[in-house]
Design a protein around this ligand. Structure first.
Ligand SMILES: *Cc1c(COP(=O)(O)O)cnc(C)c1O
Length: 391
């Protein structure tokens, strides 16, 4: 097998993991098949008995899915990758694979909403409890660890306020206490940040976002060592069933080929929009790691290649003013989804963060005037004009 570490990011993104069939197809083939046939009864027995490697059934392995897994593993610099049906399936399978009843998680408090629900209401039914901490306070991570803590979990930069966690420092805290660190790398993608190289043990993706990048399919992935991902997490997928479909894997493979190109343009547009917003009279405060005014600008410069595509800002005049800006747009899509070629705009206080109480929202800094934009690939002048109408 090729050692992809020798090659640059874009070469890996375009070529890693492809195994051509005897037809000699140039583009990757899709294998939409639930099962695979054996040459004879002895081969069937050998495959089922795990004496011979090879495909049996697409819930276990599928060639198109494996192609995607090998390509993403090569981009994240991990030994193994397991593709899943969605980002939440990736997080759920990781927790089921490495935790048992009585274990404890320490997680950053500003996580994706469904991740918080999964930890608080689903895992807690099985006596796996979670303590949430402020992701930028290293002392809080340290203080929250208990004798039964097994997993530290974070997302950086956070959504929507773009707070940044020091992955290397948190990995050291985790390892000193025999815990694993999992990083949800959805917002940066390996084009901007590779958590495994900073000491994290597990990387999680919602492929639904930037890996597809064009808003077409649901999918997810877990990347890490052969032992954790290839054994513990694979056994959950094999028997629990949240595997990725071959068609979706093919879409994501094609998405990976242009990932770096797209991320560079997302970042160009987001940086330009953030700098422009900072000068607007109606804007009270702006959250973007690429601005020197961001409190963790130095850490981000060290940890990420560039600053990402999520820009949030608070507008003077609260909810009424925020809704006016959103409703005055003609190009941007009013949707909570992100990581698309199409720019999306959302009001977190009344959508993604509506299930928490107003006090919790204020404590988390999600004010009524806050607007979050996932900056897409349209022309920057058109995006500025779209916002200017409401500002
Ligand atoms: C969307 C998202 C998820 C969940 O992914 P799905 O593919 O929607 O299941 C997890 N983490 C982050 C940061 C996300 O943005």
């Amino acid at each position: 097998m090729t050692d992809w570490n020798e090659f640059g990011f874009n070469t890996r993104a375009v070529r890693a993991g492809q195994v051509r069939s005897d037809e000699g197809e140039h583009s990757e083939a899709i294998f939409p098949t639930s099962s695979f046939v054996f040459k004879n009864a002895a081969q069937a027995a050998a495959r089922f008995g795990q004496k011979e490697p090879g495909n049996i059934y697409s819930r276990f392995t599928n060639p198109t899915v494996r192609n995607f897994e090998e390509r993403l593993a090569a981009l994240e610099g991990g030994e193994r990758c397991m593709a899943t049906a969605s980002g939440m399936a990736a997080i759920f399978s990781t927790c089921l694979g490495i935790l048992k009843a009585g274990d404890h998680i320490v997680a950053s408090q500003s996580l994706f909403g469904s991740t918080i629900t999964l930890f608080n209401t689903i895992l807690s039914k099985f006596n796996i409890k979670t303590t949430f901490v402020n992701l930028s306070e290293l002392d809080s991570w340290q203080a929250a660890i208990q004798p039964n803590t097994k997993l530290l979990f974070l997302e950086t930069p956070s959504n929507p306020l773009t707070e940044v966690a020091d992955i290397q420092a948190i990995a050291e805290i985790a390892h000193a206490q025999n815990c694993l660190l999992a990083v949800d790398n959805c917002f940066c993608t390996p084009a901007l940040q590779t958590p495994l190289s900073l000491g994290a043990d597990i990387v999680i993706h919602s492929a639904t976002k930037f890996l597809d990048g064009q808003g077409r399919c649901m999918g997810g992935a877990v990347i890490g060592s052969e032992k954790i991902v290839g054994k513990d997490i694979f056994s959950i997928l094999r028997s629990g069933g949240p595997t990725m479909s071959p068609f979706n894997a093919w879409i994501f493979l094609k998405g990976l080929e242009t990932l770096d190109l797209r991320m560079q343009k997302h970042c160009d547009n987001a940086e330009a929009l953030a700098q422009w917003l900072e000068k607007q009279e109606a804007v009270e405060r702006i959250y973007y790691p690429g601005l020197p005014s961001h409190p963790q600008h130095q850490l981000v410069k060290k940890q990420q290649k560039r600053f990402g595509s999520i820009v949030s800002f608070e507008i003077k005049g609260g909810k009424e003013a925020a809704w006016r800006v959103i409703d005055s747009t003609k190009i941007m899509s009013i949707t909570a989804n992100l990581g698309d070629t199409k720019t999306t705009i959302t009001h977190p206080a009344s959508t993604t963060h509506t299930r928490i109480t107003p006090e919790q929202r204020r404590a988390a800094g999600i004010n009524e005037g806050l607007i979050r934009i996932s900056v897409g690939l349209e022309d920057i002048q058109d995006l500025q004009a779209d916002l200017l109408r409401g500002l």
